[in-house]
Design a protein around this ligand. Structure first.
Ligand code: GLA
Length: 706
């Protein structure tokens, strides 16, 4: 540890973070695009210092990364602790800093209590800043932890708006842009998982921020349990972002010598709009988070049995479904729910992870062999954290679930939650899953989690830690198996679980109109490579909408594509259309999954437009979701290209039946035409987008000579 210097700075390739340490606290005074290394930090901090005003402490408290109660920090404290049932008043100054390249460690300590808090700021892959906060009881008495923020970030003065994500089952990640106002805007989850509204993701921006311009900052709490997020503004005009795991009172008790590590928080900052934040998060996730296995890359096209057969399973039906899947070009067959001991609907059998003898008299292998002979690999659905009261497991071990004595055992989807913190429970689950994976050629597990946790029984934190340990143990034993995280869709998606899972199920809602919106929220942070995106049946079982196959298939290509419908129930034309799009996906998935994702900004808010661009090749989806106000839409313009390079632009067939007759320049687009990046950025192209369900795929390929 070095003794305190008056200032510190952390510099990534494209940003600088400057801290003023002169008031025994770490006060971020600048967080934005890189400043010259020779910048005089004393001068910078002086000119940024706020004015004085009436009605404030005579020595205003710094806007610190670790505000504590009782010191004049007029915002929510970062740390709340208690001893013997009484809240403790702290004095937690910054006592030491240490710095290595790309890493800054800030040590705070309350000498009287013997309590230390360390905040480590590390430059992470993709140019994000990773905040890791931990607290250690260095005293002689136990200390109870009520809350410890993973991130308390005094926001730059440009912060005027936040984009947060609200949601419900089948309607995840709905962006809500709110003007910041005096007081706090908070969101929290209580069901033991982040929830369908991703309150663990947030963007802060200034009034006019757009895709390619303006100040913005994105943050994430990497934690699969409950969280609290708050943006609080005070009368000085200062806004502070706080993110923390939500703990149950009394849950964390630190004995002398114990350490509590808060979940990590990740932050990206940009002065060039939202696209830079998206690119930073995507690079981080692909380069430093999701595991890639031999089976997971390139991402195979799935057929998932859920919306095709649900519980109506027999070996014959499954084999026939697999045959129809293979004929479409599907590469992985996923058996979803309904396959295990007595599971005929969602009222029974969770916990009994053996193949149902009625459906599979000879076990799973005959189906798996059939699937593999058809050239596909095999995936299986499990929901290991749960137990049905009507199951052999529950009958044998009624005390293995999370419960409170003398309280009713309340179910959701007819199921209870297993207490993973008990070693015998986690050990049993490992043994069941290990046996399944050892005995069968299973390439992929869809790991589901279909209920909120209540009561948490004082274990909200420990349950999540135990889940990570179970996943880690299973992955160590079967590193080649790809795991998907699913929680009734996107109810548990975060970068800690994604260190163990190579794909997430973005939503149970496969209606492409809804999916465009839901995916837009996820794609703000997560790359298409890991976002499960399926063609569902029409009418859609959730929304009832009937949607043309062309539209369903084009939308599903922009993610990790799959099919969740029975091809046997489709017309021959629809099957042909679907097969053509599956072939296109295979042809373009290197670009879709490795490329930079740009959101185009058409003037019509009903048009969703995305461009993935990788090493000079690009594919765009331009999808109209409503009837346009005028016959001719404003031109679609493309960012992300080199101005002086020449690109061949073409429309990829098959074309949407409804709109192809409106294409006046059909031959030009079919053959492809050459334009400069500058022309595509400034002038764009004209496409017929008059009616909903109209979607186009545009290919943009840099010429060999440019
Ligand atoms: C959850 C999942 C679905 C499907 C069903 C099966 O709802 O989100 O995709 O797996 O469970 O019961």
């Amino acid at each position: 540890m070095s003794s305190l210097t008056p200032f510190a700075r952390l510099d990534g390739d494209e940003f600088s973070l400057v801290l003023d340490l002169r008031a025994d606290a770490a006060e971020p005074v600048y967080f934005g695009p890189s400043l010259p290394m020779a910048e005089d930090l004393a001068s910078l901090c002086d000119v940024l210092r706020r004015g004085l005003h009436a009605s404030q402490p005579d020595r205003p408290a710094p806007r610190s990364l670790l505000p504590w109660a009782g010191h004049g920090h007029l915002c929510a404290p970062s740390i709340v602790v208690q001893q013997n049932g009484r809240p403790l008043t702290l004095r937690m100054p910054l006592v030491a800093i240490s710095q290595r390249e790309g890493d800054l460690c800030l040590q705070h300590r309350d000498d009287a209590l013997g309590l230390s808090v360390q905040i480590e700021l590390r430059i992470a892959h993709g140019g994000l800043v990773e905040f890791s906060t931990q607290m250690q009881n260095q005293g002689t008495q136990p200390i109870g932890l009520i809350s410890l923020a993973s991130l308390t970030l005094p926001l730059p003065s440009w912060a005027t708006h936040m984009v947060r994500y609200a949601g419900r089952w089948s309607g995840e990640m709905q962006q809500q842009r709110l003007a910041l106002h005096q007081g706090a805007i908070t969101s929290a989850s209580y069901g033991g998982r982040p929830g369908f509204g991703g309150g663990n993701w947030v963007r802060i921006e200034t009034a006019g921020t757009g895709e390619l311009h303006g100040d913005a900052l994105a943050a994430h709490l990497a934690w699969s349990g409950d969280h609290v997020l708050s943006v609080e503004c005070n009368a000085d005009g200062d806004a502070t972002l706080t993110m923390a795991a939500r703990l149950e009172p009394g849950e964390i008790m630190l004995a002398p010598g114990d350490t509590f590590c808060a979940p990590r928080a990740l932050v990206a900052v940009s002065a060039q709009g939202i696209a830079s934040l998206r690119h930073a998060f995507h690079a981080h996730v692909l380069g430093a988070v999701v595991p890639d296995t031999a089976a997971s890359t390139p991402r195979k096209v799935h057929l998932n049995s859920w919306e095709a057969l649900a519980f109506d399973q027999s070996l014959d039906k499954l084999c026939a479904l697999a045959d129809r899947a293979a004929a479409l070009g599907i590469e992985r067959f996923v058996l979803d729910d309904g396959w295990f001991a007595g599971r005929r609907d969602d009222t029974t059998s969770l916990g009994d992870w053996v193949a149902d003898p009625g459906i599979f008299p000879e076990g799973l292998d005959p189906l798996i062999d059939h699937v593999r002979r058809s050239g596909m690999d095999f995936g299986l659905w499990v929901e290991p954290e749960m137990v049905s009261p009507d199951s052999a497991l529950y009958r044998a071990h009624p005390d293995w679930c999370l419960y409170l004595p003398d309280h009713p055992r309340l179910t959701q989807r007819n199921q209870l939650v297993l207490d993973l913190t008990r070693p015998e429970v986690s050990g049993h689950l490992f043994a069941c899953l290990d046996r399944l994976l050892a005995d069968h050629a299973i390439a992929y597990l869809k790991w589901d989690h279909n209920r909120d946790l209540f009561p948490l029984a004082g274990k909200s934190h420990a349950q999540v830690v135990a889940l990570y340990a179970l996943l880690d143990r299973l992955r160590a034993a079967h590193p080649e198996v790809e795991i998907e995280t699913c929680a009734s869709g996107g109810g548990r998606v975060d970068l800690e679980i994604l260190e163990r899972c190579s794909r997430f199920w973005a939503s149970d809602n496969n209606d492409p109109f809804e999916r465009l919106q839901i995916n837009a929220g996820w794609f703000d942070f997560l790359p298409m490579r890991i976002a499960g995106n399926h063609v569902g049946p029409s009418p859609n079982p959730i929304t009832g909408r009937q949607v043309a196959m062309d539209f369903r298939a084009k939308v599903a290509m922009f993610g990790h594509m799959g099919v969740e419908a029975d091809p046997g129930g489709m017309s021959a034309e629809d099957r042909q259309c679907l097969a053509a799009h599956i072939a296109l996906y295979k042809q373009w998935r290197d670009v879709l999954h490795a490329g930079r994702l740009w959101r185009l900004s058409p003037a019509d808010a009903g048009v969703h437009a995305l461009l993935a661009m990788h090493e000079g090749r690009g594919i765009a989806l331009i999808a109209q979701t409503r009837q346009a106000a005028t016959y001719d839409e404003p031109h679609i313009r493309f960012p992300g290209l080199e101005d002086d390079a020449l690109y061949r632009v073409a429309l990829l067939p098959p074309y949407c039946e409804k709109a192809k007759g409106q294409l006046s320049q059909a031959r030009t687009y079919a053959e492809g035409t050459v334009l400069s990046g500058r022309a595509l950025r400034l002038a764009g192209i004209s496409l017929p987008l008059q009616y909903p369900e109209t979607a186009w795929l545009v290919s943009i390929e840099r010429g060999a000579d440019s």
